[in-house]
Design a protein around this ligand. Structure first.
Ligand SMILES: Cc1ncc(COP(=O)(O)O)c(C=O)c1O
Length: 447
């Protein structure tokens, strides 16, 4: 029997990030400045981002060098193992071979550190002293706090209120790394106060938390904003996942028939799949599947239109699959998947039918997570469990011996309160938010 774990050595950590934009067979629709209704210029982003990240955001270069100072930190946990889920395969009695890229081994427990380190590094290099950000489940907030602590920057995290209450220990992690954590919507910003006035019990959303963090950063010249997903440069930094996985699969003598990942803003999924998209364009039998929650179905029920990335309409307009920037998803436990839109790169791949998407209810997702934990031992984050649900469904249906690869984006040790709710029968499925989606889509900006 082949190895259960395929490990690389530290010298195999990629030296460059891979930029899919260079190899796309079509042109990506540009982001638009809502004030001018013209394509965004680099200087439009200067109030909140360092120039090096703006250049990466707009780059058409295929390979972008990873600075030694970034690799020096990535070496704490990279390369991550590619693992064969043999015990899950046996439980399912499937002929398929199931592999997962284990990003949960990072210090904060998810893939988010891969970009946090890079973003903080470039901000520090350009003299920025303080960073603000949003966080859903707290994985991104923890990763940015960790990176800020390493490079000596201050950090304020606007954490979506429902997760602030559901996931208290992620707050503790952020505090461990000296960050300030604020429940969003908050009274610290104009955007937060406006939402609270209209809806005092608002549970928050990623769109609202982004508005607060952007507003905060734009007010101070020593403060910048960092985003944990969606943008091209964030997906770029995550391509270390797919580049390593490609090497590891080759070592195992495998080529994937399925690539699967959960999608919030699209960064862990993009990180895994981008280095394989060229193969998909050549070999159509490779299936690439994005998985999202039924309660927030941007790829499966959204529209491919220009929309704001945040609720208060402070960001540029980006062409993406969106449910409308005012859509506030139900308080599912996969807080990192509660985003109204999706990365423009992933959205374009979906529009061109290069990738597929499916959506699941949270109770089915938790059942899949528990089966994974019972067989493979690791407790998945509720976000990651969406990918696992799709893997199990495919392995159960597939009659042939296929190779299924998925991204294990994070562990769920700090989501155990959500698992307790599931075991107590207190978790509920939310009915499909079609009416709310229709209302939010009616408010899409005219471009
Ligand atoms: C463990 C985990 N997986 C997935 C996601 C979804 O984000 P993205 O689509 O950017 O990977 C999150 C977001 O917080 C997360 O914490």
């Amino acid at each position: 029997m082949a190895d259960f774990k395929i490990n690389l050595s530290e010298k195999d950590i990629p030296k460059n990030w891979y930029n899919l934009v260079a190899d796309l067979p079509f042109k990506l629709p540009p982001p638009i400045n809502p004030a001018t209704a013209k394509p965004l210029k680099k200087e439009d982003l200067r109030p909140i981002f360092p120039i090096s990240l703006i250049e990466q955001e707009m780059s058409g270069e295929r390979w972008i060098e990873i600075p030694d100072e970034v690799t020096d930190i990535l070496r704490i946990w990279r390369p991550t193992p590619l693992k064969r889920a043999v015990h899950l395969e046996r439980a399912l009695k499937t002929k398929c071979r199931i592999y997962y890229k284990d990003e949960s081994v990072s210090p904060t427990g998810s893939h988010k550190t891969n970009t946090a380190i890079a973003q903080v590094y470039y901000n520090k290099k350009e003299g920025i002293k303080r960073l603000t950000t949003e966080t859903g489940a707290g994985q991104w907030g923890a990763a940015l706090s960790f990176a800020c602590n390493i490079f000596g920057l201050k950090c304020r995290v606007y954490m979506v209120k429902v997760s602030f209450e559901q996931k208290p220990f992620r707050k503790s992690l952020m505090r461990m790394w000296q960050a300030q954590v604020v429940a969003s919507p908050s009274t610290l910003t104009e955007s937060g106060r406006k939402i609270l006035k209209a809806s005092p019990n608002c549970q928050g959303s990623l769109g609202i938390a982004i508005s607060e963090a952007v507003e905060d950063a734009a007010k101070d010249k020593n403060t910048n904003y960092c985003l944990g997903s969606v943008l091209n440069h964030v997906l770029l930094h995550q391509t270390v996942i797919g580049l390593e996985a490609k090497k590891q699969l080759a070592l195992a003598g495998e080529a994937p028939d399925y690539l699967i990942g959960c999608v919030g803003g699209g960064s862990n999924f993009g990180g895994l799949i981008h280095p394989f998209v060229k193969d998909k364009l050549k070999k159509d039998k490779l299936r690439i599947i994005a998985v999202e929650p039924f309660a927030c179905p941007s790829l499966t029920r959204g529209k491919y239109e220009y929309d704001f990335g945040d609720t208060a309409s402070l960001t540029p307009l980006i062409k993406m699959f969106t449910l409308g920037h005012t859509f506030i998803p139900a308080g599912i436990h996969a807080g990192g998947l509660r985003y109204h839109g999706c990365s423009p790169l992933i959205s374009a791949l979906h529009d061109k039918k290069i990738i597929e998407a499916r959506a699941y209810n949270q109770i089915d997702v938790f059942k899949a997570a528990v089966l994974f934990a019972k067989t493979e031992g690791i407790v998945p984050a509720p976000e990651t469990a969406h990918a696992i649900k799709a893997v199990i469904e495919i392995a159960n249906r597939e009659k042939k011996a296929k190779c299924i690869v998925f991204n294990f984006s994070g562990h769920g040790f700090l989501d155990l309160a959500s698992y307790d709710k599931f075991f107590n029968g207190e978790l509920k499925n939310y009915s499909h938010p079609l009416k709310e989606i229709r209302t939010a889509l009616a408010g899409l900006p005219k471009v």
